[in-house]
Design a binder for this molecule. Structure first.
Ligand code: SF4
Length: 81
């Protein structure tokens, strides 16, 4: 089980706005979200793994957060707390 609060803290320190919450990914199919990222920052090692974000490419645009609940915006969550 992922500690979501510590994941947010970790990503905040690294100035990452978008995180992958693996708790919401069944990890049993090819991730359709790999095709939604305009800069190709989302990859998946295998159909049985959660997608990953390449933070050197990610612009933080948030498009992926609208394609799947796995992708979450830490800034958005911060505003709602
Ligand atoms: S926030 Fe934008 S650039 Fe970053 S992974 Fe999601 S879709 Fe790609």
């Amino acid at each position: 089980m992922i500690n979501f609060a510590s994941l947010i803290q970790k990503n905040k320190k690294m100035k990452r706005n978008i995180i992958v919450n693996e708790n919401f990914c069944p990890q049993n199919h090819p991730c359709p979200s790999t095709g939604v990222c305009p800069v190709g920052a989302i990859t998946q090692k295998s159909p049985f793994s959660a997608p990953e974000i390449n933070y050197s490419k990610c612009t933080g645009c948030g498009i992926c957060t609208r394609s799947c609940m796995v992708f979450q915006c830490t800034n958005c969550l911060k505003k709602s707390v």
